[in-house]
Design a protein around this ligand. Structure first.
Ligand code: FAD
Length: 599
């Protein structure tokens, strides 16, 4: 992974084969993309601060994992310091490195993870689990003011599928497995997890679990929270084991507490996850719909119908125009076909091409099943004025989806700040959320006096609603700190989410980026409950402090502002939970002599 951006050093977004993109960006963002104008600083020019690891801690870490897996290398420390949210990328590219981990440790087994955790806690160090470093919510960087040694625990060597139970259709997988390695091992035995986030190549099972990730095919397979049944987590209190049972009624769900906990409760070492047989057929078809309103209605009707596609994704008009602008130069025959289609849509179907929306709907299963699903969905789309445009666009999207993330670095190289914000809301409120968000984003562009673009797609449909995924970009004015201008737009969008009854994030987690809106989303007692959980389980605040709910100034300090409780329960909020020795069971009383049966 590049230390300053996304993905592999040898891969970059290329614009020269996409003739419509340059004029599109010039029109909307007033930038000429022909030339890069803002390269990241060279690695040699970075001022990497000295690491601080006490000799005793270093010895204990070396004893735990071996000297070759304890690294103080500058590149290692920089790569493990942060994820890939826009603020982090901009700061890193400038050479503003923030709080680096002092040491990166790479355990290869659960026992080694436990030993690392014990050593770090004994030295009162900060422990930050690291998967692929792909999060975009500020979930990795240690708090600036924390002067304790920071240990980054890279799970990358725990990358194996440990076992598959073909009868229960679950697999136990180590938490450091990256998407491709995980799928390769499962596919070799005819199985798939079916979890394909756009960051698939550079993210891990443990990271997905710790951020409650969603993949492109989550409509069929479920998001990672639905896929995860059992968990093994190294915690300050010992090894936490959640059995991989299909369902349970054992009080509030410990499994759910770990899901989305961003390393604050411990280090996930492995998980028991649902697996499915690799489908015989997998098709993604492209559709066009006349308007955004028709698109939302079609997706809602599909969700309410008996059809169960694996992917439901529809772009608004702004994103559809952007998609067309990123199309590669095509052959004359393709251009003529496309022109004929557009003529048909405008003349015969009454489409306004500037309002038209592009959708991708995917199907998986046996040939017969897929054919039946396509017919059902086709009828619903047609009832909303839409039509299928075949498998070509869908195949292209499927091949290219893992390359799209490189575009953000390409734009940063040209001074454009682009980012995403995603939410979920009920079907009944989805159109209003969309209107509110796009309106407030555009108002923010006007307030700042900068060119900006906002676009959206609906992805992931549920029984009661769907996820809306917004992408926005601005060309900063050059008269203010660019990140402040970016912050105005990002805040406007996040605030619009919570104001309109939607959630602050559907699958990108909270981290530090979204923490300011948490209370408005889950209420004050909700935040107090989370704070009590984290402080109670990790009273020294050693585990990835400051994420999800912020850190109060002193470890385990009481925060009576968070919630007001009366009586004895007042004490519960901030008191630490000490491991209590389980009392020996009292000796069984001698059985009462049975009365002699009456004759
Ligand atoms: C271009 C791009 C596209 C993306 N697309 C998607 C998408 O389609 N869907 C989606 O859901 N997300 C997406 N993301 C976000 C990101 O990939 C997810 O948040 C992902 O789940 C993070 O996994 P990771 O392994 O990289 O975790 P990291 O970034 O390394 O860590 C994330 C958090 O999890 C904690 N953590 C990591 N491993 C463990 C562990 N074993 N035990 C305990 N805590 C742990 C870390 O401490 C941190 O708090 C995208 C990001 C980018 C940059």
């Amino acid at each position: 992974m590049k230390w300053w951006g996304w993905g592999d050093e040898s891969t970059a977004f290329e614009h020269s084969d996409k003739p419509s993109l340059r004029p599109f960006i010039r029109r909307h963002l007033e930038v000429d993309i022909a030339r890069a104008t803002a390269a990241p600083v060279a690695f040699d020019e970075l001022r990497v601060p000295d690491a601080s690891v006490a000799a005793g801690l270093e010895r204990a870490l070396v004893a735990a994992v071996g000297a070759e897996h304890v690294s103080g290398d500058a590149m290692d420390r920089v790569v493990h310091a942060r994820g890939k949210c826009l603020r982090e990328l901009v700061r890193t590219r400038r050479g503003d490195l923030g709080r680096l981990p002092d040491v990166v440790v790479r355990p290869s087994s659960e026992e080694e993870v436990e030993a690392v955790l014990r050593a770090a806690l004994a030295a009162d160090a900060v422990v930050i689990p690291f998967g692929g470093g792909s999060n975009i919510s500020g979930s990795l960087e240690a708090p600036d003011g924390d002067r304790r040694t920071v240990v980054s625990v890279d799970l990358g060597r725990l990358d194996r599928v440990l076992s598959i139970d073909p009868v229960a259709r679950v697999a136990e997988v180590q938490a450091g497995a990256f998407g491709p390695a995980l799928e390769e091992q499962l596919n070799a035995q005819g199985w798939t997890l079916g979890h394909f986030p756009d960051s698939f190549a550079y993210s891990t099972l443990g990271g997905w679990i710790a951020t409650r990730s969603s993949g492109m095919q989550s409509d069929k397979y479920g998001d990672i929270a639905a896929l995860t049944r059992g968990l093994r987590v190294a915690t300050p209190a010992g090894m936490l084991v959640v059995r991989g049972v299909p369902s349970t009624s054992t009080g509030p769900s410990v499994r759910e507490m770990v899901l989305g906990s961003e390393g604050r409760l411990g280090i996930v070492t492995s998980a028991t996850v649902h697996v499915h047989r690799v489908p015989a057929q997998r098709v993604i078809l492209g559709y066009l719909l006349p308007t955004w309103a028709a698109s939302l209605a079609a997706m809602r009707d599909i969700a309410a119908s008996e059809a169960s596609p694996s992917v439901t994704r529809v772009s608004d008009a702004a994103e559809t125009l952007f998609s067309f602008a990123t199309k590669k130069d095509s052959s004359l025959a393709d251009r003529l076909k496309s022109k004929a289609l557009m003529t048909y849509l405008t003349r015969r179907r009454g489409y306004d091409l500037d309002a038209m929306c592009l959708a991708f709907i995917g199907y998986e299963g046996s040939e017969r099943y897929v054919a039946g699903q396509r017919r059902r969905v086709g009828r619903i789309v047609a009832s909303h004025g839409g039509l299928c445009i075949g498998s070509g666009p869908g195949e292209l999207y499927d091949q290219k989806k893992f390359d799209t993330p490189y575009i953000r670095d390409f734009l940063l190289d040209r001074g454009v700040l682009a980012d995403v914000s995603e939410t979920a809301a009920p079907w009944s409120g989805l159109a209003a959320v969309y209107d509110d968000v796009t309106e407030r984003a555009r108002a923010a562009f006007v307030e700042l006096g900068v060119p900006g673009y906002v676009m959206c797609h609906l992805s992931h449909s549920y029984h009661s609603g769907a996820c809306l995924y917004f992408t926005f970009a601005i060309t900063p004015s050059g008269t203010r700190e660019p990140l402040d201008e970016y912050g105005v737009v990002k805040s406007a969008i996040q605030q619009a989410f919570v104001d309109s009854g939607a959630t602050l994030s559907h699958h990108h987690a909270v981290g530090t980026e979204h923490a300011p809106w948490l209370e408005q989303d889950i209420s004050k007692p909700g935040v107090a409950m989370l704070r009590a959980l984290f402080d109670g389980f990790d009273p020294g605040r050693n585990l990835n402090p400051g994420k999800i709910v912020g850190v109060a100034s002193a470890p385990a300090a009481r925060d009576d502002d968070a919630v007001h409780l009366d009586g004895p329960s007042r004490r519960v909020v901030a008191e630490t939970v000490n491991a209590v020795a389980v009392p020996e069971p009292a000796p069984e009383p001698a059985p009462e002599p049975k009365p002699a049966p009456r004759s």
